[in-house]
Design a protein around this ligand. Structure first.
Ligand code: HEC
Length: 118
């Protein structure tokens, strides 16, 4: 019994020690993915001023503003990344069509966006 609880304690300590850095790792991965797939238009800072978005009409969204909207949720962001602008007539690419970002990667990007832009 004593042994078991000591085991539980050590496991508990290990989880405490490893989970924050693991979460941090996800955010860093999300940041890299964002820079690779989104920053070209939305800008590294999310302000919508990326090079590739300069001639688009409407211009890429300012994500710092977008993330404050009440409609914006994980589901909304997942839908936006998957569908892009094909339903709403903007030049946001559909990453489902392009097949460049899978669901797991999209989740990491979304996590990063909450962390960086909210
Ligand atoms: C080719 C340029 C381009 C790329 C690349 C791009 N977007 Fe967009 N994005 C746009 C445009 C244009 C809009 C439409 C803005 C509007 O409706 O006023 C938009 C809209 C959005 C919106 C909606 C904001 C709102 O208020 O509803 C979100 C969220 C978003 N983009 C996230 C992303 C993410 C995440 C990525 C990367 C996975 C990405 N975008 C890549 C151009 C781009």
């Amino acid at each position: 019994m004593v042994k078991l609880s000591r085991f539980a304690l050590i496991c508990g300590l290990m989880m405490c020690a490893s989970s924050p850095s693991e979460a941090h790792g996800h955010i860093e991965e999300g940041e890299e993915l964002f820079e690779q797939h989104c920053a070209t238009c939305h800008g590294v800072d999310g302000d919508g001023n990326g090079e590739a978005g300069q001639d688009l009409m409407p211009p890429p969204a300012n994500l710092l503003d977008a993330m404050q909207k009440r409609i914006v949720s994980d589901e909304y962001l997942m839908w936006t990344i998957r569908e892009g602008g094909r339903n709403v007539h903007t030049d946001m690419p559909s990453f489902e069509e392009r097949d460049t970002i899978g669901e797991a990667e999209a989740k990491k990007i979304i996590r990063y966006m909450w962390h960086a832009f909210k």
